[in-house]
Write a protein that binds this ligand. Structure first.
Ligand code: BGP
Length: 474
């Protein structure tokens, strides 16, 4: 046996990619709602193009998602059928505080999530809740400029105290910010920020980073005060950067790229700004916008566990002309030893083991893999079946590598949630046709379809994996 007996197997989703019902029951507009599908998407995600309102020429996939809002009972029942021990999901901030800066929450939003949690517990599924998964009430973007503004810390504190108190006993595992490091690459999606012309991008983004880090530490503090049983984790977009060659220039660059990502977790897990980043701040003439007792809060309220998403490793070369690809929002050079998916994402199961080891070596805290999976096009046969062997192969190889990290290398791992156990809207492309699920959803890129759910071949496969605690991967 390699995985602990209470290993938390399950799947992960995000509110903006599955809920839909964007304007129901008092929910306010969020940054993620106005990110369109199509060629403008990337520019909006990065904040290079400002599109703060809907227009008639675009499609907005988050507005419909997979209508989880109305299907959650059916979906959770299917997760239970697979034997899920945990369901990672996120809260839409603007469902709870429609504008973000109100003193009092929206009861309809709070009770929706309470119902979802109760439904999970009906099947003994433990909710693992991401407090913010790329979403911010649009009012906070327009009136405050998103996370560049220190006022966000107080709004976030209000949000977190409200949910910790309301869901006490129903939720024990929390993640403060999904893929916190993504704010450097996709500032509008990650932090509600559009860097204005003439502004110093570095300063704006690291100011926002400081605010998020302090907010995360406050949330950890409040979570523990409200209920000492609460476990709070940080969450990074992981995947080791390899040097493309043994040229020390490539090796040094790979180290720097890794640090750019680890910086966030270094602060959240160790409790202080690492020396390499302080030096970089100095070179940029940037002073940490620290006020009051920020540094003490960071130091005293570090996370209980470290979670991350893993899709692939990245490869870097000191020769910029070789950095030709993009892999899950980050640029990469080609790795001649590895294949890529239909969307050009590198597939590297051994890199998963390497990444798990690297993170565990660095932090020595329990880890939680909260995203991993293959986005692929699925074909529904005439008889309605979906033979997604490619997805099974991908997951089998990754689970094997994860098992080696635990069994051979001794990594302390709490659980594993695959990304998108049910098909949902893709974060990077906005497509529905980039599917990750064990459960198929009849909905196309334009939001058309019956939204009916059906089991793919991988559904039974994953059920057996869970039933055997990762021993039966055939
Ligand atoms: C992660 C995000 C998820 C998810 C996943 C897959 O970066 O946390 O929200 O979407 O990537 O990416 P995509 O949907 O772009 O295929």
């Amino acid at each position: 046996m390699s995985f602990r007996s209470d290993f938390l197997w399950g799947g992960a989703t995000a509110a903006n990619q599955c809920e839909g019902a964007f304007d129901l029951d008092g929910r306010g507009l969020a940054n993620v709602d106005v990110i369109p599908w199509g060629e403008d998407r990337w520019m909006v995600v990065t904040g290079e193009k400002k599109m703060f309102e809907f227009d008639e020429t675009h499609i907005y996939p988050a507005t419909h998602g997979i209508d989880f809002y109305h299907h959650y009972k059916e979906d959770i029942a299917l997760f239970a059928e697979m034997g899920f021990k945990v369901y990672r999901m996120s809260l839409a901030w603007s469902r709870i505080f429609p504008n973000g800066d109100e003193a009092e929450p929206n009861e309809a939003g709070l009770s929706f999530y309470e119902d979802v949690f109760r439904e999970c517990h009906k099947y003994r599924i433990e909710p693992l809740v991401t407090i913010t998964h790329f979403d911010i009430p649009m009012h906070l973007v327009q009136a405050y400029g998103g996370w560049r503004n220190r006022a966000m810390i107080d709004f976030y504190k209000n949000l977190t105290r409200t949910i910790f108190e309301r869901y006490q006993g129903l939720v024990h595992y929390w993640l403060t910010f999904n893929e916190i490091n993504v704010l450097l690459h996709a500032p509008f999606m990650g932090a509600g920020i559009c860097v204005e012309e003439g502004e110093d991008r570095f300063k704006v983004l690291y100011t926002a980073a400081h605010h998020e880090l302090v907010a995360s530490a406050w949330a950890t503090k409040i979570a523990h005060e409200v209920d000492p049983e609460n476990k709070v984790g940080c969450m990074m977009n992981a995947g080791t950067f390899y040097p493309q060659s043994c040229n020390p220039k490539d090796v040094l660059l790979a180290q720097q790229k890794n640090r750019e990502n680890y910086f966030f977790v270094d602060v959240q897990s160790r409790g202080y700004y690492p020396s390499y980043v302080l030096k970089e701040f100095e070179r940029h003439g940037f002073e940490i916008p620290s006020q009051d007792d920020d540094l003490r809060i960071l130091r005293e309220h570090t996370v209980d566990f470290v979670s991350f998403s893993y899709y692939s490793t990245k490869t870097v070369s000191a020769d910029p002309s070789k950095m030709t690809g993009t892999n899950n929002l980050m640029s990469t050079a080609e790795n001649p030893y590895l294949k890529t998916t239909e969307w050009g994402w590198i597939v590297d199961p051994l890199g998963f083991r390497i990444t798990l080891n690297e993170i565990y070596d660095r932090y020595q805290k329990p880890l939680f893999v909260v995203e991993n999976g293959l986005g692929a096009k699925d074909e529904v046969r005439e008889d309605g079946t979906i033979e997604d062997d490619y997805r099974i192969d991908y997951l089998r190889d990754h689970i094997k590598a994860m098992k080696d990290a635990v069994e051979i290398d001794g990594v302390d791992l709490l659980g594993y949630t695959t990304w998108g156990p049910i098909d949902l809207v893709s974060a990077s492309s906005g497509e529905m046709s980039k599917r990750y699920g064990f459960i198929y959803v009849d909905c196309d890129d334009f939001g058309n379809g019956s939204y009916a759910r059906s089991r793919k071949k991988s559904f039974t496969w994953y059920k057996n994996v869970i039933q055997s605690n990762g021993e039966n991967l055939d």
